[in-house]
Design a protein around this ligand. Structure first.
Ligand SMILES: [Zn+2]
Length: 268
């Protein structure tokens, strides 16, 4: 019996930890629910699940978007020119940036839309709504509202598309060709095992027929760099060479990060 109680505490703690890592606020809401609805109440499991769902959804979609500006962050406003690749980004509160970054994103989306009227700026993980220094895992640096990941541009049979090859937006790589530098191999040989672990988080890939658009992606990066507030852009070295990108703000992120031949990272 005692062991059972111990196990239950461990499971709850794990739940709090995982929800915090995934959504920032989910863990604390879960804790609140556990404290509010004790095991003595009839049908406590159902009541806990309902209360958690209610609190989480109202916080995520109503409360936090209005509270976050007090902490210097705003929720990215999707429109016909800028959009999250996956609704999970908003569902997990991973779509917050500083006000300045929001202005930059809007500007870049207008520029890309002028170049390709049907193409939206499709973003992946940004930052959480609260606290500088709180990382949005697995991206250690996404902790201050000034970082964001952007999808490459892809082409379908009849031209450029806003679709992306994987459900999460990560993990389907535009790998190096035989004559190109294989940075993944270099980093893994140095012992950085995590360098390509995003291959496990595609969450499925329904658009494997899509082709990486070198021209579209190159133009997208050019548009990002046209905004002078942008400080750094990360992309895998072989793609930097293949796309013939020369700008001094395009850097290599280092082996401690993950490979960037499935997305672009930029920061202000
Ligand atoms: Zn990033």
């Amino acid at each position: 019996m005692k062991f059972k109680a111990f196990l239950r505490i461990i499971i709850h703690l794990l739940g709090i930890l995982i929800l915090t890592i995934l959504t920032q606020i989910g863990g604390i809401i879960y804790l609140l629910v556990l404290l509010t609805i004790t095991k003595k109440k009839p049908k406590y499991r159902l009541k806990r699940a309902s209360l958690f769902t209610l609190l989480y959804l109202t916080s995520t979609f109503l409360l936090i978007p209005s509270i976050a500006p007090l902490f210097g962050r705003v929720k990215i406003e999707d429109n016909d020119k800028i959009k999250a690749h996956n609704f999970v980004t908003a569902f997990c509160n991973r779509n917050y940036v500083t006000l300045k970054m929001h202005v930059v994103l809007k500007d870049v989306s207008l520029r890309i839309n002028k170049e390709f009227p049907d193409i939206k700026l499709i973003y992946l993980d940004a930052n959480f709504p609260f606290f500088d220094g709180f990382p949005l895992l697995p991206h250690l640096s996404h902790n201050d509202g000034k970082k964001i990941d952007i999808s490459f541009v892809y082409a379908a049979k009849n031209g450029l598309t806003n679709l992306k090859p994987s459900v999460s937006g990560y993990g389907i790589f535009e790998a190096p060709l035989k004559n190109e530098l294989n940075q993944t191999q270099v980093c893994k040989q140095k012992g950085f095992w995590q360098y390509d672990f995003t291959k496990y988080i595609t969450l499925g890939s329904y658009h494997k027929d899509l082709k990486f658009s070198a021209n579209g992606t190159k133009k997208l990066i050019a548009k990002i760099l046209e905004n002078t507030d942008v400080q750094k852009v990360f992309i895998e070295p072989h793609l930097k060479n293949r796309l013939n990108l020369q700008h001094s703000k395009i850097r290599f992120h280092g082996c401690r990060a993950v490979r960037h031949d499935d997305h672009i990272h930029f920061q202000i």
